[in-house]
Write a protein that binds this ligand. Structure first.
Ligand SMILES: *Cc1c(COP(=O)(O)O)cnc(C)c1O
Length: 377
């Protein structure tokens, strides 16, 4: 049995979670929470970061911070996880889906400008597989049209675009620490990256149920009260403690994942040369983070047959993302701008292979073996 994913666990998580429990401060913003946020701020040169219970919540906070309201439009790819759209649809926005580029599965930046209307408020690029979208072009469009950019960098932890960490380029960015991502805060978790300091103070208030409790704890005000709308976007200290165990070993985790990714790539190059599969493409200027190893086969039928073979051998190879624009909620809350040339067609050809911290050479060989046998018949 080869799992598709195993949550990253480096050895110190147990100790830190126990330490948090023994500190008798297990609600949010304890020592591990603060340490983790400082780690991100320092490492990424980001003015402010806030841990959240999930990336979904970080995106919801972003929509609240931008005052997205009924009738606004938000541009994003259709090939993404539902949360990218949900966060903005919850505020009443119309989601305008734009086609992806086949070679990266990222939103095609050349289509964005034509999708802008007087109602457009924000652009939400998704860095698929930890490979950066063309952020120079996207930021330029946003600046010229006075729009906000929220990076869905759920998969982008530790990846860069022209030397800049993903998540730090737009006005706001969001990471996920779900168990399937490169680092996890004990199963569920996320981070809001605030790159525009205008949002810092209000972000703290929104995250604390609409109160200025954070300022109160810093001694900046002598009582706290209800200042704004908000919600509970504060993760527990136990989640932060688990995350700290991962962050401390970030180099070990990343090196392992990058090596596994390269092993797959090298072993499968032969099949790509024969034209049987297409390997992932990393554009110049992008450094990816080995979040995902995927490749594409000819069509849906081929993929279905191949996934059957993996399943028969107990290997967790999967596909994902049924395009949002054609899903029931997508039809209700969004619309496709222009034509769906690649989104559906390319998503149907995509296969993801097992990749996690701790996957062994033998396991990677076994996965590639199935592909060699499949290609021989
Ligand atoms: C994982 C993921 C999310 C959601 O993350 P959660 O932490 O589970 O809320 C959002 N967008 C993308 C692109 C993702 O991959």
């Amino acid at each position: 049995m080869i799992h598709f994913n195993k949550p990253p666990r480096t050895g110190n998580e147990d100790k830190y979670v126990l330490e948090a429990m023994n500190s008798l401060k297990i609600s949010g913003d304890g020592a591990f929470g603060k340490r983790s946020q400082e780690w991100f701020e320092k490492r990424y040169g980001c003015p402010k970061t806030l841990l959240t219970p999930s990336c979904t919540h970080a995106l919801e906070m972003a929509a609240l911070l931008l005052d997205i309201k009924e009738g606004d439009e938000v541009i994003m790819p259709s090939y993404t996880f539902v949360s990218t759209a949900d966060a903005f649809a919850l505020r009443g926005a119309k989601i305008v889906f734009v086609d992806v580029r086949a070679e990266t599965m990222n939103m095609d930046e050349r289509l964005i400008e034509a999708a802008i209307t007087p109602k457009t408020r924000a652009i939400v690029p998704v860095h698929y597989a930890g490979v950066g979208c063309d952020m120079d072009v996207i930021m330029d469009i946003a600046n010229r049209h006075n729009l906000f950019v929220v990076e869905d960098a759920a998969q982008g932890f530790e990846a860069t675009y022209k030397g800049k960490p993903l998540g730090t380029i737009g006005h706001l960015g969001a990471f996920s620490f779900h168990e399937t991502k490169n680092v996890t805060s004990g199963g569920e978790g996320g981070l809001l990256l605030i790159n525009d300091e205008r949002f810092s103070q209000r972000a703290e208030i929104i995250r604390e149920k609409g109160t200025n409790r954070s300022q109160f704890f810093r001694g900046m005000v002598d009582k706290y009260g209800w200042m704004d709308i908000g919600s509970s976007y504060l993760p527990s200290e136990l989640q932060a403690a688990y995350l700290w165990g991962n962050l401390e070993e970030v180099d070990a985790i990343q090196n392992h994942r990058l090596n596994a990714w390269k092993m797959y790539y090298t072993q499968l190059e032969g099949l790509a040369k024969k034209g049987l599969i297409e390997l992932p493409f990393i554009p110049e200027g992008c450094v990816h983070n080995a979040h995902m190893f995927y490749f594409k086969v000819k069509d849906l039928e081929t993929r279905t047959a191949l996934l059957e073979q993996f399943k028969a051998q107990n290997i967790g190879a999967v596909f994902h993302y049924i395009p949002l624009h054609s899903a029931p909620a997508g039809l209700k809350y969004g619309r496709m701008f222009g034509e769906d040339v690649y989104t559906t067609k390319e998503s149907e050809r995509l296969v993801r292979l097992p990749l996690y911290y701790g996957i062994t050479h033998e396991e990677i060989d076994a996965v590639c073996d199935i592909l060699m046998k499949w290609s021989a018949c």
